[in-house]
Design a protein around this ligand. Structure first.
Ligand code: HEC
Length: 139
């Protein structure tokens, strides 16, 4: 075996391992399952079993392009309730979920994303950054 061959083999291996890592940690079965069970326990009563929402009371979560808030505000909306994020008058506000951890919020977003939005996976570091900005003044 020439050294050239084993070198490119090593590069190939490193790339494959990198891909494996991405697949594993972006949308592992565990992340998906945890997000799904949080959704079923805490969100489905209003947003529906298939995220279809309920009339004008509870928005559907299937089409992210129709959301009234950008993604960066969704973790704050979940943690603090919609009143903290969306000052507009609403028929009904979304309650706060202060007990959900950053990991749980990320997992529920990744669950919804995997079913509907098909965007690149959400990362914990983004959720953490976005949550730090919750108290920033509204514009
Ligand atoms: C008691 C009912 C209720 C529950 C439970 C609830 N929501 Fe909501 N949710 C709402 C309402 C009402 C709004 C609209 C609030 C607004 O836009 O001011 C909303 C808005 C949202 C939005 C923004 C949608 C948009 O169009 O702007 C997202 C995302 C969302 N909810 C996710 C969740 C998640 C995830 C959970 C579970 C952790 C959850 N909701 C639990 C009632 C609920």
């Amino acid at each position: 075996m020439s050294s050239g061959y084993s070198m490119s083999n090593r590069v190939l291996f490193a790339t494959a391992a990198g891909l494996l890592l991405l697949t594993c940690c972006d949308l592992s079965t565990q992340v998906y399952k945890e997000g799904k069970s949080i959704y079923e326990r805490q969100c489905s009563s209003c947003h529906g079993n298939n995220q279809e929402g309920f009339g004008k009371l509870y928005p559907s979560l299937t089409d992210a392009s129709k959301f009234s808030v950008p993604f960066e505000k969704i973790p704050c909306l979940i943690r603090l309730g919609s009143g903290a994020v969306n000052p507009e008058d609403r028929l009904i506000a979304m309650p706060a979920f202060p007990e959900l951890t950053e990991v749980e919020i990320t997992n529920v977003l990744n669950f919804l994303n995997s079913v509907h939005w098909k965007l690149p996976a959400f990362h914990l570091k983004h959720t953490s950054q976005w949550l730090l900005q919750c108290t920033a003044p509204q514009k």
